[in-house]
Write a protein that binds this ligand. Sequence first.
Ligand code: 13P
Length: 264
Amino acid sequence: MRTPLLAANWKMYKTAEDAAAFVRDFLPRVAGLSGIEIALCPPFTALTTVAHEVRGSGIAVGAQDMFWEEAGAYTGEISPGMLVAAGCRYVIIGHSERRQYFGETDETVNRKVLAALRRGLRPIVCVGESLSQREAGTTEEVVKSQVKAALAGVRPEAACEIVIAYEPIWAIGTGRNATGVEANRVIGLIRRQIAELYPANPEVPAQLRIQYGGSVKPENIVEFMSQPEIDGGLVGGASLDPAGFATLCRLSAEAASRRVRERA
Ligand code: 13P
């Protein structure tokens, strides 16, 4: 049984002080929720603060990017070991904004995925098609090639630790989300592809979590969480407000427990 992951991608929002205020407001609101995992992914400068504030709560911390080398003359970069030391369990890799603005490629995504796994960090690997790719009918091809490239050389035991976030680019920050049915279809396709990539290891597609991301909010989270293939969400804008994100997490936990009951 896969535990859905609700991850907050704060992007370039919140100072360490803002982040601490968020966590203090957020924690009591989600205390006692079960059946889901929650992760907060603040900017680098707030990682240690958030890790300190969430200690003992069961909430995980993630970074939004990293470099693949452990140390060296790489001005401006952050290593996997530094993220572990800062208290991270997760690291978002290959977000479409990094691909679009910072030259991230399928090859650098793969190097980062391998480096994260070597250090025991769980990558949240982002894939998704652009609007023009969608309109050209190439969604499946694009997403499959991104997944295949990201997982190149990843051993089956490590692959089970990976989270994939299917984030159609046209749905990010636009208020225009994919429908639950459509996201479930593409995510099902990704899961079948993972099964093909690991033909001798059925536990990989069974365990690897695949989230939906793109204009997820309290008003639509239940639609996604009710789909059998969707293992939670990667949430941008709607994760910045503690009350709103807590509502989203509570609705997710309720939907997850309904899903468990229905499968029993
Ligand atoms: P929004 O939820 O703001 O659309 O952002 C999605 C996203 O990019 C999460 O990584």
